[in-house]
Design a protein around this ligand. Structure first.
Ligand code: ZN
Length: 81
């Protein structure tokens, strides 16, 4: 039986894909019994997922064109021929 302290010290390894099976099993048993660690694990996992999912997002073409139109209206610059 592992403690919360053990769990938290192993959490990084657990969230890592190549966690050893016996470690993972122990931690999952603790998660079943300990809502506190479950919340911590869940929150950390979500944070990592969001972080990993962050790709640079290009400006959509339509937005870019509307932005240029708005700038031209303001500054009265003729569009390039
Ligand atoms: Zn715990």
């Amino acid at each position: 039986m592992i403690t919360c302290k053990d769990f938290l010290s192993e959490l990084n390894e657990y969230l890592d894909e190549d966690c050893r099976d016996e470690v993972r099993k122990e931690l999952e048993e603790h998660l079943d019994e300990c809502p506190n660690c479950w919340v911590i694990c869940n929150t950390t996992q979500k944070t990592i997922e969001i972080y990993r999912g962050m790709d640079p997002i290009p400006i959509p073409v339509g937005v870019h064109d509307r932005l240029l139109d708005a700038l031209r209206m303001k500054s009265q610059i003729a569009p390039p021929a």
